[in-house]
Design a protein around this ligand. Structure first.
Ligand code: SF4
Ligand code: SF4
Length: 86
């Protein structure tokens, strides 16, 4: 977060976490994300699927990827609270 403030970029409104052991690599979340911050990894998980990955920046917390995912527990979305004024 401090890095974003220093660079002048607006802080992200959301964040996603993907459990790569639960992900089946179906790509539904990637297709659902309007801003394109999700992709499928180039590596395989223990089940032989390419799991989804978050780019690490830009999520707005809309939750579309969460609702698109057919695997319970594979993806979590967090809404980030705005930073308090200094
Ligand atoms: S919560 Fe919305 S913006 Fe964030 S990764 Fe999921 S679909 Fe994309
Ligand atoms: S929708 Fe769920 S199971 Fe499919 S790639 Fe995304 S996180 Fe993995």
């Amino acid at each position: 977060m401090a890095e974003q403030v220093q660079s002048g970029m607006a802080p992200d409104k959301g964040m996603v976490e993907i459990d790569t052991t639960e992900c089946k690599g179906c790509g539904m979340c990637v297709a659902a994300c309007n801003i394109g911050v999700l992709s499928l990894a180039g590596w395989l998980n223990h089940q032989g699927y390419h799991p989804a990955e978050y780019s690490g920046r830009g999520c707005n917390g809309c939750g579309l990827c969460f609702y698109a995912c057919p695997e319970p527990g594979a993806i979590r979305v967090y809404k980030l609270a705005p930073a308090a004024a200094a």
